[in-house]
Design a protein around this ligand. Structure first.
Ligand code: GDP
Length: 313
């Protein structure tokens, strides 16, 4: 299956809930704005941003732009992170769906998020992604709180032939992070993916634990080190946004991965994440297999969301 088909299939739930029949006319009076607003809010875009998208769409229709393009442009306006807006102007409506490569800052990515969001599976998918780019990868199992967490990471490690540094159950996660970062340096692997605990994200001690892991890795790596990527489950919609804010306050996030977009009609939550947090979305998860992790690209995302069979690319 092509990359774009995978993406459009993965987003089908949001797409179905999101949009009603597109009017063929570009006259604003022919559009059912109330239904559009309702569907945007149902997809968890949020009230305020839904209004902005609708107003932008209306403005775009004024010069005779067809409805789908007007809406596409309005969505893209919200989803393009600051700094690359010029791309929007450059490409107009001819959106490029070329696959881009997501590069981490350094050699370590700490993966954080509450239990059940898909953290461990995402780590395996990331390993698969970076290995396909020719990088050597290692795992650090710094969730020592749940024995099952290390076991699950080791399972993926065995399956992908990736070595996993673990600690004893209940042991110090900072010590595992230290061992893993030291091992990465010693064997010269390109990338260390560190799994972390995800219990009770509201509790102070978890946040302290994450900060410590980050400090330890920084020390070993000798530089501003680890990326901190938060995994968010799209099904949690607006609650996910609150989770992200709490993590971000404790430990500055350098990226977000939104998982389970295939199982959710809440794909619109990406809009407030981009707008409110100013943390880039790195990847999106659209299924359970290793290939179901895609670099996030606003233009492709919008295109896939609004994709109609007649408009196949
Ligand atoms: P963790 O507790 O955060 O480490 O979560 P897991 O990695 O164990 O994942 C929990 C469940 O979510 C598993 O059944 C995964 O297969 C599933 N999962 C993870 N990512 C996705 C995704 O993008 N789409 C779907 N449909 N399922 C996913």
């Amino acid at each position: 299956m092509s990359w774009f088909s995978r993406l459009t299939n993965g987003l089908s739930k949001t797409r179905k809930g999101l949009f009603f029949d597109f009017p063929s006319s570009s006259k604003t009076s022919h559009v059912d704005w109330d239904s559009l607003e309702f569907s945007l809010i149902s997809a968890d875009v949020g009230m305020e941003l839904s209004d902005e998208i609708i107003n932008d769409t209306k403005a775009n229709l004024e010069d005779g732009t067809p409805f789908q393009s007007a809406l596409e442009k309005a969505l893209l306006h919200q989803l393009e992170p600051p700094g690359i807006r010029h791309k929007l102007r450059q490409v107009g409506f001819n959106i490029d769906v070329t696959r881009k490569v997501v590069e981490p800052k350094g050699q370590v990515i700490m993966v954080v998020g509450v239990n059940g969001v898909g953290k461990t599976t995402t780590i395996a998918k990331l390993a698969h992604y970076y290995r396909n780019l020719g990088r050597s990868v290692m795992f650090g199992a710094a969730d020592t709180f749940r024995a099952a967490a290390s076991a699950q990471l080791e399972f993926w490690g065995d399956k992908l032939d990736i070595s996993t540094i673990t600690g004893g159950h209940g042991g110090d996660p900072g010590a595992v992070a230290f061992d893993a970062a030291t091992a990465r340096k010693a064997n010269g692997s390109n990338l260390l993916l560190v799994d972390t605990a995800g219990r009770l994200h509201t509790k102070h001690n978890l946040m302290e634990e994450l900060k410590k892991i980050h400090r330890v890795i920084s020390k070993v790596e000798d530089s501003e080190p680890a990326d901190v990527w938060l995994v968010l489950d799209a099904i949690t919609g607006q609650n996910g946004l609150e989770q992200a804010k709490r993590f971000h306050q404790a430990i500055p996030l350098t990226g977000i991965i939104v998982t389970k977009l295939d199982g959710s009609g809440k794909g619109g939550v990406i809009v407030p994440i981009v707008r409110d947090l100013h943390v880039p979305i790195k990847f999106i998860g659209i299924g359970e297999t290793l290939d179901d992790l895609q670099p996030y690209d606003a233009a492709s995302y919008v295109k896939a969301l609004l994709h109609r069979p007649d408009h196949t690319t």
